[in-house]
Design a protein around this ligand. Sequence first.
Ligand SMILES: *Cc1c(COP(=O)(O)O)cnc(C)c1O
Length: 385
Amino acid sequence: MNFKQMDSEFVANTYVRFDAVIERGQGSTLYDENGKEYIDFGSGIAVNTFGVADEIWKKAVTDQLNKIQHTSNLYYNSNGALLAKMLCERTGMKKVFFSNSGAEANECAIKTARKFGTDRADEKNVIVTLKNSFHGRTITTLSATGQDAFHTSFTPFTEGFKYVEANDTEELKKAITPEVTAIMIEIVQGEGGVNTLSKRFLDEIEKITTENEILLIVDEVQTGNGRTGQLYAYMNFELTPDIVSTAKGLAGGLPLGATMLGERVKDTLSPGTHGSTFGANPVCAAAAISNLERIDDALLKEVRRKSELIQSELKKINGVKSVSGMGLMLGIETEKSAKEIADICLKNGLLVLTAKIKVRLLPALNITDEEIKKGLKILKGVIEA
Ligand SMILES: *Cc1c(COP(=O)(O)O)cnc(C)c1O
């Protein structure tokens, strides 16, 4: 029995997998069990921030592993404290809650927003989210996700969410009633098709949330940690979020979620109101500290340069209808189906992702120009064939 057969027989049937067993690699060049080479334009869905087997990342992780792997939140944890301080200093946020995933980071954001609201008025507990958003797979984060397709099979769902069309300021204004405690957005909708919200819409959200006791929650699970060419995607715009959630690339390949809390909500959570056994696990936190140190202005500038390089090359490919997104989070609309392109790319030695009708690229932030060129050559061949 090979691993593919074993997976089909013993792993819960929740994933449609590409036909490859990826085993090892260096940077953004990966190899499968048969030694076949792939250029990686997906980085494990925006997780492997510095690619695979990165020396600096490995040292941060193994140094901590050689000390202690876990202590629990009953004791102080130096890595957790240091990472929280770094995140606050880099964002202007005031406190951080740590968890293990994007869904959990959003759960904390939602709990905080509800407590902030209900501390003020019993019924102030509704969160406005956007159609086509994606916020996670727990019952509550599925509820927050503004896509009807996710609201079946698991009823009853958590109540208290209202959905408005992205970039529709009139609909948004109508949705703002006294029960609303927060507006929750992704700056670039990732799973929804790599769509960046308009400046005008974001300005309106900023206005509503600063002029009223309504919180702005930015889900930076995918867009965060340098992905869009700024440390967090909201920094590309004039926004002052009250809550920022992140996960995916934060620890560069280890599970870590963070919910950053701004001035208005820094004391909303109190002892006993929330927690997580693994939250700020010392090994995951060591990886995140190392990553954050490296995501400096020079690296962010490189992310923006590589983005422009990729975008200008994509525009030269026949069959590319449009390119969307920011930084190293790009969506490509093509004449062929995205799924078909991704399947043929895999056969030809390139890993790409899809998001709705688009081919989605989320390469490691330190992908080399050579890897970019190699990958784009394969992609061009597949799109133009
Ligand atoms: C991936 C993702 C999530 C869910 O993260 P998990 O770690 O899979 O729970 C939530 N929000 C956004 C924007 C995401 O891209």
